[in-house]
Design a protein around this ligand. Sequence first.
Ligand SMILES: [Zn+2]
Length: 374
Amino acid sequence: MRKNLSSMLLITLVLTLFVTPLILSGCGDEPAVEDEKTDEKEQKESKEQEEKETDEKEQDKEHEKEKEEEIEEIDYEKVQPNELGEIMILMYHDVGDELGDWKTTREDFRDDMERLYEKDYRLVDLMDVVNGEIDIPAGTTPVVLTFDDGHTGQFDVIEENGEKIVDPDSAAGIILELSEEYDDFTVAGNFYINSYPEPFGDRDNLGEKLEVLTDHGFSVGNHGYAHARLDHLDTSEEVQEELGKMQKKVKEAFDGYKFDSLALAYGQWPSEELKEYVFSGEYDGATYEHKAVLNVAYFPEVSPFHEDFDPLDLERVKANDGVDQEMDRWLDTYEESPERRYISDGRTDTIAIPEDNEDKLNEDIIEEYEVITY
Ligand SMILES: [Zn+2]
């Protein structure tokens, strides 16, 4: 019994002396080591983060510096930016095999695009002009392409190796091809569709076609449901049906798509008291709002920064066809009188203009921009 008691005491002592610290260390010390490791890791991480942030800040600074240098590099006397100059909104109709009245061949269309590019014109979307967001390189001139009536020669979708692609023979296909061929050849174009005939020859796949078209950077606009002359309509209901029915059709076929702009069929306005329904209205639960309205030809537009700019009454220039070489006449005019042409300074936050044009600036919008005169 005594021996047993001594053994127990001994065991207790051994346990107390050796095991307890082990247990304690097992429960307490190790996490402390881990904490230290975590601290070290966190310190390292936060140091890395700091370094990364500093790097990013430095990079940002460098970018800003580069940008400033880029901006400073513009020699105003040499580039002669004139962001109050004229802009052509070109009006195409059929593009295809035939040359004729309102008809352009695809070869001529390609030539037009190459000629514009070589003369430093760059394609922009109509709404970029309307919104004063013309983002093209310094020294170049914006030009808007509009296509009326929804011909398949303007745009179509074909299947190639099981894949749906833009018909390379269509105007849209030619623009996409040229954008791969030339540096900074921009992709843009506004397609105005009506319901008779069906847009791009297709009643059943309208939504799918419009998706392909807009995915490539093009826009779609209203050209009325029945391509009616609005001056032949007598009531607000008739005007709203003509314009609203087309909006409803496209909205339902293509993901709620809303038109930004309207190209007036035959360039015809309704009577004065019905004019407001050209800009906005409602038909059968579908509302429409046109922020830009296009006439039919025959002049270039003023700059969106010009005091006379009115997005709800825009002029167009008839594209070259089998009868007229209207576009070429204007290109010649700008060769002879380059001071008339809009020339970008390469920035969207400024309006750069020669000194003596200053008084033509639209006073209501200039607060949004930095005006640079030289
Ligand atoms: Zn038309």
